[in-house]
Design a protein around this ligand. Structure first.
Ligand code: C2E
Ligand code: MG
Ligand code: MG
Ligand code: MG
Length: 284
């Protein structure tokens, strides 16, 4: 009887499960092709120095220029790419494009030397034993100074590989590459641990910014993170600024840098280039 019931249940779920597995396999297959064909591109979201309103740099955000489905966001593919072990290849394509872009901007506008680009790294990328050497090689190849590059790691990446990560980050920072903690505040790690890490910048997670105008505890958290950053001599960026009220609020608590749809949408490389040529840059 039990066997029959079990069999029956299985039969009901089988088609749906098979379909899901097939979709995933197709996506994985497509992703492999996309890596080989260099179908990934980078969008650049402006980061602004709040007191002056000037551009300090961009965050590099990967997009998949899918041959039939258009521009796909990371949420549509990055998870499967990570599981399929393709994130590292995609990550290097992103880093290479960022270096090429930095070279273009520096040629077009000497003042662009002050700009930096922040690149997100997955845990798997950080774990690659040759990350340091390959990065240095890439920067040397394009003659991009390490100070033009920031690397964004999430709290969980720091936590999972804490021991080796700290040593790696120290070496990168000795070269001038800056390190940011992305999505700060949503993880479960202790503050005292996080602030001991060799980092330069804290990016306050968008969730706290979204709730700034409605939830008092979010105001307290943002205020605390900004003060903490100042006391530790770390840069602090508010992510996901969408409204004037949020912008006023983060300015009022002394947050140095801002990023979000209100400040600037993620731009194509051409649009970002336009911006680099026309707006006032930080450090001028
Ligand atoms: P993230 O690093 O926290 O990047 C910020 C995300 O928030 C981006 O989404 C950006 O478009 C979005 N965003 C910016 N301002 C606003 C706003 O005002 N409102 C809202 N609702 N969203 C805003 P995106 O580009 O879809 O990227 C999502 C995540 O994918 C990133 O989160 C990052 O974790 C990951 N990612 C993106 N590019 C790369 C990459 O090259 N490598 C790796 N490993 N991960 C990447
Ligand atoms: Mg990021
Ligand atoms: Mg973030
Ligand atoms: Mg985020």
């Amino acid at each position: 009887q039990a066997k029959m019931a079990g069999k029956g249940r299985y039969r009901i779920f089988e088609p749906a499960m098979r379909e899901a597995a097939q979709i995933r396999l197709d996506l994985e297959h497509e992703l492999r092709r996309a890596v080989a064909n260099h179908e990934f591109c980078v969008y650049y979201q402006p980061i602004i120095h709040l007191p002056s309103g000037r551009l300090v740099g961009f965050e590099a955000l990967v997009r998949w220029r899918h041959p039939t489905r258009g521009i796909l966001l990371p949420a549509a593919f990055l998870h499967v790419a990570e599981e399929a072990g393709l994130n590292d290849s995609i990550g290097w394509q992103v880093l290479e494009q960022v270096c090429q872009q930095l070279v273009v901007w520096r040629r077009l506008n000497p003042r662009a030397a002050a700009l930096s680009v922040s690149v997100n790294l997955s845990a798997r990328q950080v774990m690659q034993p040759n990350l340091y050497d390959r990065l240095m090689q890439l920067l040397a190849q394009y003659q991009v100074p390490p100070t033009a590059l920031k690397l964004e790691l999430t709290e969980s990446t720091f936590m999972e590989y804490s021991h080796d990560v700290a040593a790696l980050l120290n070496r990168l920072r000795e070269q001038g590459i800056q390190i940011a903690i992305d999505d700060f505040g949503v993880g479960y790690s202790s503050l005292s641990y996080l602030v001991q890490l060799p980092i330069d910048q804290i990016k306050i997670d968008r969730n706290f910014i979204v709730q700034l105008e409605s939830k008092q505890h979010s105001q307290a958290i943002v205020n605390t993170i900004v003060n903490l950053a100042h006391n530790l001599n770390l840069e602090v960026v508010a992510e996901g600024v969408e409204t004037q009220g949020q912008l006023d609020w983060i300015r009022a608590v002394g947050c140095q840098y801002g990023q979000g749809y209100l400040i600037g949408l993620p731009l194509t490389a051409d649009e970002a280039t336009q911006m680099v040529q026309t707006i006032e840059l930080y450090g001028d």
